[in-house]
Design a protein around this ligand. Structure first.
Ligand code: C6P
Length: 404
């Protein structure tokens, strides 16, 4: 069933082949309508006014939290903090939890597969407190090397940061297995970057077993500028606020301040209520499709795209087999620079991402400076693969000398 007609931008551009949903997804009408409806019917500052319109804004914002919390499987909606997105969520943990709980001699485990947003905050935290950063290596197929991971685990391990799904390769990491390994050997806090998890997989925070989980709304049909941090209540309650300002306080004396309860303690300033409402509408849209169907659809496109691209001489595809990936195909074409390839494809209305995908440690391990990445989502169709394959063949003809 074609879902293209649900997305106004795609309807307005019938010749466009949007294959960059891992960067940001397109937005369906229901999300755009929800944003407009909020501003037309409920726009006021939540939690601040005694008048009916402010109460309507508060209700809309609180309702959005409940809806999104249900989708990501957290029974206690107050443990879902709305943030600007994954990057802000991870920086919040690194600053608030990290600087309070880590000290010289402690160890942090990150992975070579991760996005900079789940690598640099931990690297910088380690530098600032004198902790040691351990980097879990990857296998030749682009999976986490769990033997390497196991070797790093020790009583000194205080924090483990791992991605749910790799944005560059589409690798789905075995989070429950990793949690079991960590819990068996340490009492480390586990942070999971779900930027590429929530849009593509059924995520249940309470059953996953991690301590913190971060995600972005704009990659799951929601608006830009809204996302979430989920944390275990006891950890969130013990953490100091990340930002200071309105709504996150209880009492402000001349010489000290006490903090509001969760989630408000971590939501200083006027909340992004409209985008939260938009995100709740995106959740409703994805629920209407069903997350099992979302993954099935992406996988069938990824399998076909991988199969057809791999038949082109000079193509190298990175990452585990298509059946084990989410909606990403990462590849190179001989010595053709991925930026040149992306420019040729753009000439035919095909949008892919070329570059290091904010994963320079991974690119070094793959021994490339960049890859071309086609990423698929609910609105993509077989015709997008046809266009991609034709475009790559055209690029091969143009840069023939570089594809031997
Ligand atoms: N990846 C991509 O093209 P923000 O920008 O905060 O919404 O998400 C950051 C982020 C964190 N982790 C992972 C695994 C991600 O994929 C991203 C964003 C985009 O792959 C933009 S670099």
């Amino acid at each position: 069933m074609s879902r293209r007609s649900d997305f106004p931008l795609l309807v307005a551009n019938p010749g466009l082949h949007y294959l960059d949903s891992a960067a940001t997804s397109q937005k369906p009408s229901v999300v755009l309508d929800a944003l407009r409806n909020f501003y037309e019917t409920a726009n006021a500052n939540p939690h601040r006014g005694a008048y009916a319109l402010s109460v309507a804004a508060t209700d809309a914002y609180d309702g959005a939290r409940q809806k999104v919390a249900g989708f990501v499987g957290v029974a206690d909606p107050d443990c879902l903090i709305f943030t600007r997105g994954t990057t802000e969520s991870l920086n919040l943990i690194a600053t608030s939890w990290g600087r309070t709980n880590l000290e010289a001699g402690d160890e942090i485990i990150v992975t070579a597969l991760d996005h900079h947003a789940n690598f640099v905050p931990w690297q910088q935290l380690a530098i600032s407190v004198g902790a040691t950063l351990r980097i879990c290596e990857i296998t030749s197929e682009g999976r986490l090397d769990l033997d390497c991971f196991a070797q790093f685990l020790s009583p000194k391990t205080k924090l483990v940061a791992v991605g749910h799904v790799s944005n560059a390769l589409g690798t789905i990491n075995p989070i429950k297995e990793i949690v079991a390994m960590v819990r068996e050997r340490t009492d480390a806090v586990i942070v999971c970057d779900g930027a590429q998890g929530v849009p593509h997989l059924r995520v249940g925070f309470d059953e996953l077993g991690v301590d913190f989980y971060a995600f972005s709304g704009h990659k799951m049909c929601g608006p830009m500028g809204i996302g979430g941090l989920i944390g275990k209540r006891e950890l969130l309650e013990a953490m100091p606020p990340y930002q200071m300002g309105g709504d996150m306080v209880e009492f402000v004396y001349d010489d000290r301040t006490t903090w509001n309860v969760l989630p408000h303690k971590f939501e200083a300033g006027t909340p992004n209520a409209a985008d939260a409402v938009g995100l709740a509408a995106a959740v409703g849209y994805l629920e209407g499709i069903g997350m099992d169907e979302v993954l099935r659809h992406e996988r069938s496109l990824v399998a076909e795209a991988s199969e057809r691209l791999s038949q082109i001489e000079g193509i190298t595809i990175y990452g585990p087999p298509a059946a084990e990936r989410s909606g990403v195909v990462s590849f190179t074409l001989g010595d053709v620079h991925p930026h040149d390839l992306a420019t040729i494809l753009d000439g035919d209305g095909i949008c892919i991402r070329a570059g290091n995908h904010c994963a320079q440690p991974l690119m070094r391990r793959l021994d490339v400076s960049a890859t071309a990445r086609a990423s698929f989502y609910v609105y993509n169709e077989k015709s997008d693969i046809d266009a991609l394959v034709e475009g790559v063949l055209k690029a091969k003809e143009i840069f023939g000398h570089a594809v031997v």
